[in-house]
Design a protein around this ligand. Structure first.
Ligand SMILES: Nc1ncnc2c1ncn2[C@@H]1O[C@H](COP(=O)(O)OP(=O)(O)OP(=O)(O)O)[C@@H](O)[C@H]1O
Ligand SMILES: [Mg+2]
Length: 257
């Protein structure tokens, strides 16, 4: 079982979207995946769970209840049902979700969370994928110091992403004092448009600057967005270049574990 955090303090850089599609590729290859939604916006939860499972909202049990010891794992975890192309009925493909809480921004509730006695609940999964919020120091600390084995860093195609990377490395280095095996699995470009000259320049800058760079670019693509809106990862659609790319990216991540 590997626990991977999708981590970047910068907002809107593709954390949730890439988690969603990588979860799909893993599930399509028979892996059992748990998506842990630590963003109060609930984007991962909303992408993976249908609206009629809305128990996960304000009144339902959620990831914060589990983390604080107020609810058992089995009372919180929800199953994602997705329609495989060609199948009539929704199919369970092996992605479970620990749904978000709107209270995840409450720093007081996040203090004193101790996860060591809760990790056994994750053992039935091959991969635990953790969606981090854009800027929430308490959650960042929990993810880096207690939860993740590895960090994946999606980068949007702008220079600000690169500028913020040094601070991210410092946070990971600091967290390693408590979580000795924590490492950065890789940085990748999450919405790349090779037709744009500045993006090509940025790509070559990243290639030369980061030894953790994963040289597989998720294309800026309507298919990536539309399939998320439809709640069906790209891996469950017919073969396309975008699907191939998500499979290559996932394979490269697995190679680095
Ligand atoms: N490859 C892509 N092509 C086109 N649009 C994309 C792509 N990846 C992400 N997006 C869009 O960019 C926006 C930000 O993506 P996403 O929500 O995944 O980022 P995030 O890092 O999770 O954001 P936040 O920090 O707010 O949680 C969304 O509207 C998403 O649909
Ligand atoms: Mg997000």
């Amino acid at each position: 079982m590997k626990k991977i955090g999708f981590f970047n303090s910068k907002g809107g850089c593709g954390k949730t979207t890439s988690l969603f599609h990588i979860a799909g590729v893993l599930a399509d290859n028979g892996m059992k995946v748990l998506a842990v939604d630590l963003d109060k916006q609930g984007d991962t939860t909303n992408a993976l769970l249908s609206e009629d499972e809305s128990e996960y909202s304000d009144n339902g049990k959620n990831v914060l209840d589990f983390f604080r010891g107020d609810a058992a794992f089995e009372d919180v975890v929800k199953k994602n049902y997705t329609k495989k192309i060609g199948c009539r009925k929704p199919t369970y493909v092996g992605i479970d979700v620990l749904p978000y809480s709107p209270k995840l921004e409450n720093q007081r509730l996040l203090k004193e969370i101790e996860l060591s006695d809760k990790m056994d609940d994750f053992n039935e999964y091959d991969f635990v994928l953790i969606d981090c919020p854009p800027s929430n120091r308490a959650i960042e600390k929990i993810v880096l110091e207690q939860l993740a084995d590895g960090i994946l860093v999606p980068m949007s195609s702008d220079l600000d992403s690169i500028r913020g990377y040094g601070a991210l490395v410092d946070k990971v280095d600091q967290a390693r004092e408590k979580n000795v095996n924590l490492n950065i699995l890789g940085i990748y470009m999450s919405m790349y448009d090779g037709r744009v000259g500045t993006q090509r320049e940025l790509l070559s800058l990243m290639r030369s600057s980061f030894d953790t760079f994963i040289d597989v670019q998720i294309p800026h693509s309507a298919a990536i967005v539309d399939s998320k809106l439809a709640g069906r990862p790209i891996s469950f659609y017919k073969k396309t270049n975008v699907k191939d790319t998500m499979e290559q990216l996932t394979q490269e991540i697995i190679n680095r574990l």
